[in-house]
Write a protein that binds this ligand. Structure first.
Ligand SMILES: [Zn+2]
Length: 158
């Protein structure tokens, strides 16, 4: 029988993280009127780091790849199907004993925030221009990894 990956874990940097097998999220990006935009989710108040904006995602299941986990989470959280997106580069934020993999993706069709079906883990979703990221309260994990993600986003536009 497979061990459950549910539960809190503490990484080598001393943070508490949900999901003992690590976690993954989908960073969906598109070209907006004022440059690149990313789809961010406003985390429900009750959730870990509630009230901040982050990439949709969550804990990986046992034996699941980061891409599969990220696609499963966006299906659960936003109603997006695997065919709705085209996967791109991955970026791993390894904390030691726990890692978060961000999977970049582009929309395969027009995706408007208002059309997405949110589950209870978020109370909003929006396309946020990169130039406006400083004005939103970013999830600390996303804020910490954004320096590494930005060049990948730039590369993906070429
Ligand atoms: Zn950590």
């Amino acid at each position: 029988m497979l061990a459950s990956t549910d539960g809190w874990t503490t990484c080598a940097q001393g943070h508490r993280h949900w999901g003992r097998a690590g976690a993954a999220g989908l960073l969906l990006h598109r070209d907006g009127a004022d440059g690149p935009e990313v789809l961010l989710q406003h985390r429900a108040a009750w959730s870990h780091h509630g009230g901040t904006w982050g990439t949709p995602g969550g804990a990986l299941h046992h034996g699941e790849t980061a891409a599969d986990g990220a696609l499963r989470e966006v299906r659960e959280e936003l109603g997006l199907l695997p065919d709705d997106v085209v996967l791109g580069a991955r970026s791993v934020d390894d904390h030691g004993g726990w890692a978060y993999t961000t999977v970049l993706a582009r929309p395969a069709r027009r995706i408007e925030a208002a059309d997405l079906r949110l589950d209870g883990e978020s109370d909003g979703v929006a396309w946020v221009p990169l130039s406006g990221l400083g004005e939103v309260d970013l999830h600390p994990g996303l804020a910490a990894s954004f320096g590494r993600l930005r060049p990948l986003l730039e590369d993906a536009r070429r």
